[in-house]
Design a protein around this ligand. Structure first.
Ligand SMILES: O=C(O)C(=O)[C@@H](O)CO
Ligand SMILES: [Mg+2]
Length: 278
């Protein structure tokens, strides 16, 4: 069995985040590395440094499908590092970024775009930022629907990204519900959820109808599942029994070599045999 392929019958689909995994090789070689490890799908935050034709070729040659990209953000350290979606004075920039993201998604036949929420600057009340965010997501979701793409909204924990607008699953669910339709769903990153909220099983159950994508890493340390405190066999079994049919993005910093660290995929994804623990 290839390391990246979960056991037969697990009913779960994992994709490799090429911004985090396979950093041992240059970006364009990570596609082949992911395929060689058994992945059939990939995600990464920023495709924008590359021409769509190159990305398409790397995907095709490796036999992979593109699962998710992020919307473009500003340079590290800038006011738009986390995106522009909640900034009332950046609506034009926000709309351009959505158009660019959707163009890439269509070119790459990519079903999901993570729309980054942004960080309200000091002086902008959070409720004003939130209202702008909802209006912008509403605008973007209509455009995404027309393009056959779904936007996903991700809460990020406030220790890693202080001040980011979207910090809880409840907030992202509220925006998804307020906008409605099939143009937008939740991205539930179990690492961020465990960091800031916990109660993973209940939150998965509560929000399952809205969840369009899941990402995984362990806590603390953000390394492979199994390196920290989360009970992954239980969590994956819960995803399976809740009927989750989307992809699960592997978005972690490998503790050692990426391929060497993929044993968790087979270790934690076997359907549970509860007969020994009635
Ligand atoms: O940090 C995360 O978690 C992500 O999913 C990044 O793509 C930033 O949103
Ligand atoms: Mg994430």
């Amino acid at each position: 069995m290839t390391a990246g392929v979960p056991v037969a019958g697990s009913g779960l689909r994992f994709c490799a985040n090429l911004g985090w995994l396979f950093g041992e090789v240059p970006f364009e070689q990570r596609f082949d590395a992911a395929a060689a490890a058994g992945f059939t799908g990939v995600e990464y935050g920023s495709p924008y440094e590359y021409a769509p034709a190159d990305l398409r070729r790397w995907l095709k040659d490796a036999g992979l499908r593109q699962v998710l990209v992020n919307s473009p953000v500003g340079p590290a350290g800038s006011a738009t590092e986390g995106g522009t979606a909640c900034l009332p004075d950046r609506i034009g920039e926000f709309r351009d970024s959505v158009t660019k993201a959707l163009d890439y998604a269509v070119e790459l036949d990519c079903p999901l775009v993570h729309l980054r929420a942004g960080t309200p600057p000091a002086g902008l009340p959070r409720d004003a930022a939130f209202a702008q965010y909802v209006a912008n997501v509403d605008w973007a979701a209509r455009l995404a629907s027309t393009a056959g793409v779904r936007l996903v909204l991700e809460a990020i924990n406030s220790r890693d990204l202080p001040g980011y607008l979207l910090q809880t699953q409840e907030q992202s669910a509220a925006v998804v519900a307020a906008v409605g339709g099939d143009g937008v769903g939740m991205l539930l990153d179990l690492y961020h959820c465990q960091m800031s909220q916990g109660d993973l099983s209940t939150r998965l159950e509560t929000f399952m109808p809205l969840i369009a994508h899941v990402q995984v890493a362990d806590v603390p340390g953000r390394a492979e599942p199994g390196s920290g405190e989360i009970a992954w066999a239980f969590v994956f079994d819960r995803l399976r029994t809740l009927g989750y049919a989307g992809w699960i993005g592997c978005e972690y910093t490998p503790a050692g070599g990426t391929a060497d660290g993929l044993g968790w995929l087979t270790r934690f994804t076997a359907p549970r045999d509860d007969s020994a623990h009635p």
